[in-house]
Design a protein. Structure first.
Length: 187
C-alpha cells in the first residue's frame, strides 16, 4: 500500500522565513488521505483509523481538542481495467505518444474516479504536458495555458476517440473489458 497524507493548518501565522509562527486557539488542520492499493478498503479500514489516532494522540499530548469530520463518500483507489489500459496505450502510440509517466509510476491523488472504477470498468489515463512537470504547481499553471497545454488536450481527446472507436469497431472487445473487470466496494 502506498499512502499520501496532505494537510494544511488553517488560520496560522507565518513568519518571514515561511515557517509557522503560531497556531491560534481556533486553528484547524484540514487533511486529505490518498491510498493506492489493490484492496479498496485500505483507506477506510487501515489508513484513516491510523491517521485519526495520530490526531487524537497529538491533541492529547498538546492539550488541544480534536474533532474529526469526514467528507463522505471517501475517494477509493483507482482500479484501472487492464483491457482499457491496453487500448489507451495503443491509442497513444498511434498518435506518437507514450503513456508517460506510466500509470504505475503515478500516484494520481484523490479523485472520485476511484469510486467509479470500483463499480464499472474504468481508465484514468495520464498525459505528459512537458517532461518533469509537477501538476498543481505555479509552473503547471503557466504551461497549461499555452501551446503545450493545447497539444495535451487535443492529443488526450484524440486518444479517447481512438479508444472508443476500437471498442465500437472490434467485435468482442467490450466483452473482454467486462471480463477483465472485478467489482470492488461501493461507498
Amino acid at each position: 500500500m502506498l499512502a499520501r497524507v496532505a494537510g494544511d493548518v488553517q488560520g496560522v501565522g507565518v513568519g518571514e522565513n515561511l515557517g509557522v509562527v503560531g497556531v491560534p486557539d481556533d486553528g484547524e488542520l484540514v487533511g486529505v488521505l490518498s491510498v493506492r492499493s489493490e484492496d479498496p478498503r485500505a483507506l477506510l479500514e487501515d489508513l484513516r483509523p491510523r491517521v485519526e489516532n495520530c490526531a487524537r494522540g497529538a491533541a492529547l499530548a498538546t492539550g488541544a481538542d480534536v474533532e474529526i469530520r469526514h467528507n463522505d463518500p471517501a475517494y477509493l483507489s483507482i482500479r484501472p481495467n487492464p483491457v482499457l489500459e491496453r487500448l489507451v496505450d495503443d491509442a497513444y502510440r498511434a498518435i506518437g505518444r507514450e503513456t508517460e509517466p506510466h500509470r504505475e509510476e503515478v500516484f494520481p491523488g484523490s479523485t472520485d474516479m476511484g469510486n467509479v472504477s470500483q463499480v464499472v470498468p474504468s481508465i484514468h489515463p495520464n498525459i505528459e504536458i512537458v517532461p518533469g512537470l509537477t501538476m498543481h504547481s505555479r509552473r503547471a499553471t503557466e504551461i497549461v495555458g499555452g501551446e503545450h497545454g493545447d497539444r495535451a488536450v487535443l492529443d488526450g481527446a484524440l486518444m479517447l476517440a481512438i479508444t472508443a472507436a476500437a471498442l465500437f469497431r472490434t467485435p468482442g472487445l467490450v466483452d473482454e473489458v467486462k471480463a477483465g473487470f472485478v467489482e470492488g466496494i461501493r461507498v
